[in-house]
Each structure stands twice: as structure tokens, then as C-alpha cells.
Design a protein around this ligand. Sequence first.
Ligand SMILES: [Zn+2]
Ligand SMILES: [Zn+2]
Length: 186
Amino acid sequence: MSAPGTDLLSAFPAFYELPPSSAPSSSDEDTWYLLAQIKENMTLTKPTLIVTDRKGVDFAVTFDDALDLKARGFRKGRTLVAPRATREDREEGKKAIVRIGRGCAGDVKVIPGGLEQVSELAFLLAGSDGLGQKCAACGATEGSLSKCTGCATAAYCSKDCQVKGWSELGHKSNCKVIRSIRDIWG
Ligand SMILES: [Zn+2]
Ligand SMILES: [Zn+2]
């Protein structure tokens, strides 16, 4: 995709904002991403994850493909990214789910960070005054800024600021999340 569109909230719908799977599929230009934090691996017969969306709603994501979720990095506390996910409403008494159809498991990504961290960074990266325009530690915009070699995104005015950003300001944890977000959304 190109970076998330102008309407970020509709680009990242919560579970009950997803279109129902019975709805006619929309045009290819319309892309949205379900972001949800992995809570549990509940695989019995089909690969299944219990996840939580940004509104705190828990639901199951099942995969029609046979795959080893653990080996693919789908672990507790991380964030799952499912493009063009739909909600499958089932008969009364059974909770709705998200079903990843056959051949589509490869489109579903995982980001090594929690949902809150991922959302914050994704919004920041999508914004026009995102990272990289000023020193991520002291805010300096003057002089030459060098980019972090890990994520090629966060910028620093000096070695001192880079060290401070990494250890005190949390870039150590954000760096790999930013890298994953950029791998997915460019
Ligand atoms: Zn600085
Ligand atoms: Zn970095």
C-alpha cells in the first residue's frame, strides 16, 4: 500500500467496524487493515488466535491455511495486521470471527510490539510531521541529522542524542516496530 490514507481511523477499523464477509467486496483501491493484539494461540484443528482490537473487544482469527503460527512469529503481546479483513457473523449464540481464507495467510503480518505502541508509531509515521524531520531526542532541526541505521527513520543531531534516544527515550523498543511498519506500509 501507500502510507495509510488521510482518514486513519477508517484505514484501521476496529472489529465491529469491519465489513461483514457477506457484503459484496469493494473496489481494489479500498484497503484497510485490521490491527489487533495477540492474546492467545487457541489452535485446535484450524490455526486460531484470540486477539484484542483497539476498543478492547476480543475475537478469534482463524486461518484456512495450515500454518505454524508460532514459527511465523504470531506470539502473545504482538500485533497482527490483516489487510482487507472482514467479519464473519455466525449463527446466534456464536461469536463473530475473522476468517483468513485459503491462500491469504501470507498477507497477514505480525509486528513485534503491542497494539498501542504500533498504532502510535503508525500514526506518527503516516503524519506529515513524522519522524526524521527533527532530532528525535532534543528536537533540533538545524544542522545535519543522521538517521538510525536500524529503522532508517528516527533522526538524531548527535551521537549523544542517539544514545539518549535509544536508552532513555525508548527507541530501543520502537526501532524494530518502526522497521516492521515500514516493511508493511513502505
Ligand atoms: Zn539532538
Ligand atoms: Zn531505529
